[in-house]
Design a binder for this molecule. Structure first.
Ligand SMILES: NC(=O)c1ccc[n+]([C@@H]2O[C@H](COP(=O)([O-])OP(=O)(O)OC[C@H]3O[C@@H](n4cnc5c(N)ncnc54)[C@H](O)[C@@H]3O)[C@@H](O)[C@H]2O)c1
Length: 454
């Protein structure tokens, strides 16, 4: 595969330090690339060879936490996927994290392994500004990978504007931003869209971490819809997390993590949108089962919920429905109900004669397909599929701008699209809260109207 020859695009704004190599300015949502990926091209990491070329591929990581370096909680670990995709070309020039000790410890661990060459010269900084002040021309990144908590991004406010900082310091350099696009009050949603507009106007290549879009099963569903020219009639999503395994107190506090729909259900709201299209936000309606209702009692919580203010405690069940602009109907139920470790998640997509049912996408995806004229369900499994790898692989291919392969995919989740998912998750939370408020008010009114005991 040939890479586009190195050279800086003529229209690019000058940077403090110019990149030593080519800078791709391809928009993630435009261009000649396929809007979906041929599922047969999504190969597990152990069967993928690292990208060609020999020159260093400089990367900056923002955040030294679980998403970047892995944890027992799940299969995520971006650094591992970068190592496999870029091989010896990977050079992590900086790791940005205010928790210097944590950052230093993860680097130390990497330097004890065979990937040492990627990390032996990595410098740790508390902020991106510190890095920019101290960098030399050879440190210029090709990509900045952001895995800091969402409260520090997705706005235009100082300290919460990492996307704008990156574009200012490194114009034309690609970004990867973890989901959700932001967390803050709903009143800040327009700011997230303003960030998206800045990214689009700058022509910055940006991928957002909705990795389930890169699942082989999901791309097979897309392929069936495209090849049969289907119109989606409905999406039905269910996400039941294993709450016993969630020990982060912030997760249980709406004021800290924005609640389970915005923080966690977002993956399934995003997948629903991926198949259903634009959502009519005014149509979103939702109900919740709350912590203080009898059916909402949980016996195996690992955190002390009494330490969380009552108004910030999370719902146990949230069930939402909405209309897509196409006329199709979407529904989503999120449950904080299961114990043990594994989540139970399913997405069904319906079109005339078709049922596409995706089961267990996080652990071992299975796709059940029912086709026209048949009552039978085909079952497809996808052993060793790794959407985290595919997501990073597509990002790097886009940055490297591999031109000879017309099947190289587009980035599947742009910042603007991620903002729409963010907006949907907030619409669900607000609709559920509004219905709860109405119920409490009517209960209060009924109690006030009840005749006093004799
Ligand atoms: N796609 C997925 O399946 C998936 C999985 C896990 C996490 N995530 C997302 O990744 C993000 C991070 O989650 P995590 O589990 O790694 O959290 P974490 O708490 O393990 O790590 C976050 C790290 O960011 C650092 N940090 C805090 N403020 C910072 C700042 N201003 N700049 C740079 N670093 C800062 C913290 O010190 C910490 O080391 C979240 O948005 C989360 O939703 C996505």
């Amino acid at each position: 595969m040939a890479r586009r020859p190195s050279g800086i695009s003529g229209s690019r704004r000058p940077s403090v330090l110019d990149a030593p190599t080519s800078i791709s300015r391809r928009q993630s949502s435009t261009g000649s690339r396929r809007p979906s990926i041929d599922p047969s091209r999504l190969v597990p990491m152990d069967r993928a060879s690292h990208i060609g070329g020999t020159e260093d591929f400089n990367v900056v990581f923002v955040g030294a936490g679980n998403i970047m370096f892995g944890s027992d909680e799940g299969p995520w670990n971006h650094s591992f996927r970068f190592e496999h995709k870029l091989g010896p070309r990977l050079k992590v020039v900086a790791l940005i994290d205010p928790a210097i000790d944590r950052a230093t410890a993860v680097l130390q661990k990497k330097c004890e392994t065979f990937v040492r060459s990627a990390y032996e010269n990595t410098r740790v900084f508390k902020t991106l500004e510190d890095f920019v002040r101290n960098m030399s021309k050879k440190d210029m990144p090709r990509a900045v990978i952001v895995g800091s908590p969402p409260m520090f991004r997705g706005t235009l406010q100082p300290g919460r504007d990492i996307e704008s900082q990156i574009m200012k310091c490194f114009p034309g350099v690609a970004m990867f931003i973890e989901k959700p696009a932001a967390t803050g009050p709903a009143s800040e949603i327009p700011e997230a869209f303003a960030v998206a507009k800045k990214i689009d106007e700058a022509g910055t290549l940006c991928s957002v971490g909705y990795m389930l879009r890169y699942l082989k099963a999901v791309q097979m569903m897309k392929q069936i819809i495209e090849e049969n020219n289907l119109t989606v009639m409905a999406t039905i999503a269910r996400y039941a997390c294993a709450y016993e395994a969630i020990a982060k107190p912030d997760w249980w506090d709406k004021a800290k993590s924005a609640g389970p729909i915005v923080e966690q259900g977002t993956h399934f709201c995003d997948l629903s949108r991926y198949f259903g299209g634009e959502v009519d936000m005014a149509s979103v309606s939702a109900h919740s089962l709350e912590w203080d209702e009898n059916a909402g009692t949980l016996s195996k919580m690992q955190v002390d919920e009494t330490a969380i203010p009552a108004e910030n405690r999370i719902p146990r069940v949230t069930a939402a429905t909405w209309k897509y602009d196409s006329g199709a109907v979407g529904s989503f139920t999120h449950l904080v109900a299961l114990q043990g470790h594994n989540y139970s998640c399913e997405l069904e997509v319906y079109a005339d004669g078709y049922q596409l049912k995706l089961v267990n996408p996080y652990v071992q995806p299975v796709l059940y397909i029912r086709r026209p004229g048949s009552d039978l369900e085909e079952m497809h499994t996808f052993p060793d599929d790794d959407p985290f790898f595919s997501e990073i692989s597509v990002l790097i291919d886009n940055i490297e701008d591999i031109e000879e392969d017309p099947d190289t995919a587009q980035i599947l989740s742009s910042f603007q699209d991620a903002c729409k998912t963010y907006e949907l998750t907030w619409a669900i939370r607000l609709a559920a809260e509004q219905n709860r408020k109405l119920k409490l008010e009517s209960q209060k009114a009924a109690a006030a109207a009840a005749p006093a005991p004799a």
